[in-house]
Design a protein around this ligand. Structure first.
Ligand SMILES: Nc1nc2c(ncn2[C@@H]2O[C@H](COP(=O)(O)OP(=O)(O)O)[C@@H](O)[C@H]2O)c(=O)[nH]1
Ligand SMILES: [Mg+2]
Length: 275
């Protein structure tokens, strides 16, 4: 099946989407990577302000729940134009994924019209390995501020998300899926302090989800990579100073099969295009 040139980027709150997009935007502006900007992106304000914050050594601000703008970034790869669609949600909306899909019909359209999907997952925020005894219980302290949506049955949430998107597209699961190809980006890779591969980490952290993906996608139509858009947390003045010294455009890397510390962040998109 021929794939179109629309790419969907999806991930729960605090999975590092805004930071990655701000860093990607910087790389696109620098024009040194494999991908170039095709024209001015739409609704770029959120990403620009994140970009400006990073330029001051400050971390991104979380997206207010009322702010549901979709960002569109047109890029050129090897002479062909592609559009990246990324939509940011406020935390509470994503807590019930099915409700989110009902709440926002544009997601259904997105699932239909984007023939390539990139899913952002932040492994360090996954609470525990799948454990039947814990299934159904809330594991997060609700008082905790900024608490990620990951929690109980992270795995079923990701499985459900992918199933809802497939259903919205009308993609059956009887045959192995080749369209949409799926790139799974494991974000904040630096937080893991690991020598394991992205495949190994996904298997360790989300074995059931890994099994679900393997059972439904053609092996060549799915890939798992690591991403560290920022390289370290920006929680202390020391870290912020270090960030400013090294400069945002020099920070960030991907963990790819062919390049374990790839500095060209635009290659994440290239990977999605090569599936
Ligand atoms: N250590 C580390 N922290 C990161 C990285 N990328 C993002 N973060 C932090 O993760 C948090 C959520 O990031 P953000 O981009 O706002 O996530 P979003 O909600 O998916 O848009 C922020 O505190 C970021 O500073 C990274 O590569 N490494
Ligand atoms: Mg965000």
């Amino acid at each position: 099946m021929a794939t179109n040139n629309e790419i969907l980027i999806i991930g729960p709150p605090r999975s590092g989407k805004t930071t990655f997009l701000a860093q990607l935007y910087g790389r696109l502006m620098d024009k040194k990577g494999k991908l170039q900007l095709a024209s001015a992106p739409e609704n770029i304000d959120g990403i620009k302000s994140a970009y400006d914050r990073l330029a001051e050594g400050k971390e991104t601000e979380s997206t207010p729940s009322t702010d549901n703008l979709e960002v569109k970034i047109p890029v050129i790869h090897e002479g062909q134009e592609f559009v990246l669609h990324c939509k940011d949600y406020g935390g509470e909306q994503v807590r019930d994924l099915v409700a989110m899909m009902e709440y926002d019909k544009t997601w259904i359209d997105r699932a239909k019209t984007n023939d390539r999907w990139i899913l952002f997952i932040r492994p360090s925020e996954i609470e525990h390995r799948f454990d039947l005894s814990k299934k159904g219980y809330a594991v997060k302290d609700p008082k905790e501020t900024n608490s990620p949506i990951y929690g109980t049955s992270d795995q079923s949430q990701f499985i459900e998300l992918v199933q809802v998107l497939l259903h919205a597209r009308g993609t059956g699961m009887k045959d192995l899926i080749d369209t949409p190809p799926l790139l799974i980006a494991l974000t904040c890779w630096d937080e893991l302090n690991t020598d394991s591969t992205p495949e190994e980490i996904l298997q360790q952290k989300l074995p059931l989800f890994t099994q679900f993906i393997a059972a439904n996608w053609l092996p060549g139509a799915v890939e798992i990579i690591g991403v560290s858009a920022q390289e370290f947390p920006l929680k202390t003045d020391e870290a912020r100073d270090k960030y400013l010294d090294e400069m945002p455009q020099n920070l960030g890397y991907l963990v790819l099969d062919d390049s374990p510390k790839e500095k060209d962040l635009t290659r994440l998109i290239e990977k999605a295009l090569s599936l």
